[in-house]
Design a protein around this ligand. Sequence first.
Ligand code: ATP
Ligand code: MG
Length: 486
Amino acid sequence: MPRSRTPARPAGAFVSWMISPKRSPARRRLRRPANSLSIQDLKDVKLSQYFMPILRDAPKEAEIVSHRLMLRAGMIRQESAGIYSWLPTGFKVMKKIEQIVREEQNRAGAIEVLMPTIQSADLWRKSGRYDDYGKEMLRIKDRHERDMLYGPTNEEMITDIFRSGVQSYKDLPRNLYHIQWKFRDEVRPRFGIMRGREFLMKDAYSFDLSAEEGRHSYNKMFVAYLRTFARMGLKAIPMRAETGPIGGNLSHEFLILADTGESEVFFDRDFYDMDWTAFSIDFDDVAAVAGVVEDFTSKYAATDEKHEAAEFERRVPEQKRLSGRGIEVGHIFYFGSKYAEPLGCTVQGPDGQPVTIQSGSYGIGVSRLVGAIIEASHDEAGIVWPEPVAPFRIGLVNLKAGDAQVDAACEKLYRTLEGAGIDVLYDDTDERPGAKFAVMDLIGLPWQVIIGPRGLKEGIAEVKNRRTGERENVSLDQVARRFAGA
Ligand code: ATP
Ligand code: MG
């Protein structure tokens, strides 16, 4: 797809487009949704036994801040152009993002499946996209000379799955999704995992009987996306978008603002003041869901591909016209019968006649979000993770490893925090304090709890908020309680 190369313009100076966390750590924990799964493998670790290969210097190949910080913090390693290994902290962040995406898809009624990465070319020939997709598609031959491909997306396959599993209109509506690796042989993979060739995507596909019901399915995903990004601390503005090779006629991209974004965006400043918090809604309430979509689409917001300067000027007063650059983190499409028609995806309607299914597809760049969140949330010293996606909630810093008393106090607090289910990275190494602080700031955990001989004499630890830099002395026996939720 064409991308504009116009220079960046600030999207309103001094305006933060992150949702600021207003609640205390305790309150926020309580807000975790009831269906939230516990991720067993996300347990606490000691730095002396961990794998977090920190780089002292900024790697030359990294052009943008998120790529630089991810390499420096030891989150990823490039294996070949646009193909990365995910190291422990990077992998943890991606898993947390993935879990938020999953919870919000489930909440909106979508059902999780898992389709393979390798697909047969046959279905793609039927839909006509085997040739259309061009060089971005990685084509493979198996030992029997059959044409295979590494899936760049799954419309054909899911339509075929659905067709073979559903006969009657009574089986509709349905929305199926998976979170799976994709491969697109991008002309210019760059910016680290932000534009990779192999990347993790959530893609959902809706199946409806009529265009009207299809629209409701689209709207549900629209609202689910607002909730998903808000839970990560992001204001992702829905913008009118081109439908590109996916096809169809109704489409929105969700973009977060960042100077390094690849799209130029034009939008109304009013978005800033909208309610972005993860509002609750009954997804079966057609009018309520449509109401939220109406709210968020009534204001002007478009990427360069759909931007109409005259309309922008007519609809938005001059002082509210903002433009800047954005990173696409999600994209939703309604395409009606575009795939169902050629693939013969019909169900028996109420009158016994076959009805062609109406569909849409809905993508979120799960691996891209790791970089996109860093682009939106960092400072000079490093990453500033929003709490819900941070690799650990707390970094426990032992200022004098080897000192029996400090070791014992740290160990005790570490065990208590671990027992309370709080994600802790315990820096038990014998590095200098200055180096430890620099690493903690670089990796961006929301809280640092610092214990040294001086404080210990008075029975206190220092608690530092990474985002604000605020420090506070907290009595050692109160630290765990302070973070322990209810
Ligand atoms: P872009 O315009 O950025 O190339 P796209 O429009 O081709 O993306 P979609 O087909 O809409 O991508 O894919 C859904 C989501 O997957 C995108 O919104 C984006 O977040 C993510 N995504 C797409 N391409 C990549 C990539 N090369 N690397 C990482 N994430 C990607
Ligand atoms: Mg897109």
